[in-house]
Design a binder for this molecule. Structure first.
Ligand code: Z5A
Length: 212
């Protein structure tokens, strides 16, 4: 069994995933784990970053179909998995990814209504050998998350969707993490300091259960 781990951070926009990635990296460093690669999805390779721009862009006279959006998410993911994640894991590095396949299930499945069978088919076709060891789900209410993002910058194409869309996305997250040992749920509605403290505690506890 490999000792290095593949860790995912999931949650709605404004949940604090960026902050959590940095926090987890610091905890790993404190445990003398220094070979850590941080990636984000969609993105983190030159081609996947171009796909990211396309996904986030608002078009005046056209829009992506939901199926095209799903396939673009998967195109970026497969590119990242093959070019960066698998090679890093093979050489003993730890990988922390801001989002992974559960985002597609939540956003394109729960939010846009694409049949789960189709999304799971993509997962089984392309991600068979890239299974996370742990997923940290930062649970924020859509209203609080979007308010944080709104304060930061103008909303992009996906962020501009309705509150109902994000409520449906959250439902799928909550459904999938229920009774699953490989998930840690963190309440992300409070201030950054409390959320960071909670992440530190839960990740440290988890690390103590791992053979590393
Ligand atoms: N997407 C998809 O639909 N399907 C998929 O398969 C994948 C993705 C992989 C990616 O864009 C979009 O793609 C995303 C989902 C979709 N779209 N939406 N909407 P992105 O990378 O720009 O979006 P994001 O992943 O949600 O990142 P984010 O908006 O930056 O959220 P975050 O990383 O969780 O938040 P943050 O950057 O750490 O914090 C955001 C702001 O809130 C910032 O100013 C912080 O200082 C503040 N913040 C964070 N935590 C707190 C607390 N606790 N209190 C107060 N303020 C806070």
């Amino acid at each position: 069994m490999r000792k290095n781990k593949f860790i995912i951070i999931e949650g709605l926009e404004g949940a604090g995933k960026t902050n959590a990635s940095i926090c987890i990296k610091k905890i790993l460093n404190k445990h003398h784990i220094v070979n850590v690669v941080l990636v984000r999805q969609p993105g983190s390779t030159p081609i996947a970053e171009e796909i990211r721009k396309l996904i986030k862009k608002k078009f005046d006279k056209d829009d992506l179909t939901k199926e095209a959006e799903l396939l673009l998410m998967y195109a970026a993911r497969v590119q990242l998995v093959e070019k960066k994640i698998k090679p890093a894991l093979k050489t003993g590095k730890w990988v922390i990814s801001d989002r992974h396949d559960l985002s597609s299930l939540a956003y394109q499945g729960g939010g846009l209504g694409i049949n789960t069978i189709i999304i799971n088919k993509l997962k089984s076709l392309f991600l068979k050998k890239c299974i996370p060891d742990l997923t940290i789900y930062l649970d924020v209410s859509p209203k609080i998350g979007l308010e944080r993002v709104f304060k930061r910058s103008p909303l992009d194409r996906i962020e501009s969707r309705s509150l109902k869309f994000f409520e449906n996305v959250r439902k799928i997250y909550l459904k999938n993490i229920k009774n699953n040992q490989k998930f840690i749920k963190i309440n992300a509605n409070s201030d950054i300091k409390s959320v960071t403290k909670n992440i530190t505690k839960k990740i440290s506890n988890w690390l103590n259960t791992q053979v590393i």
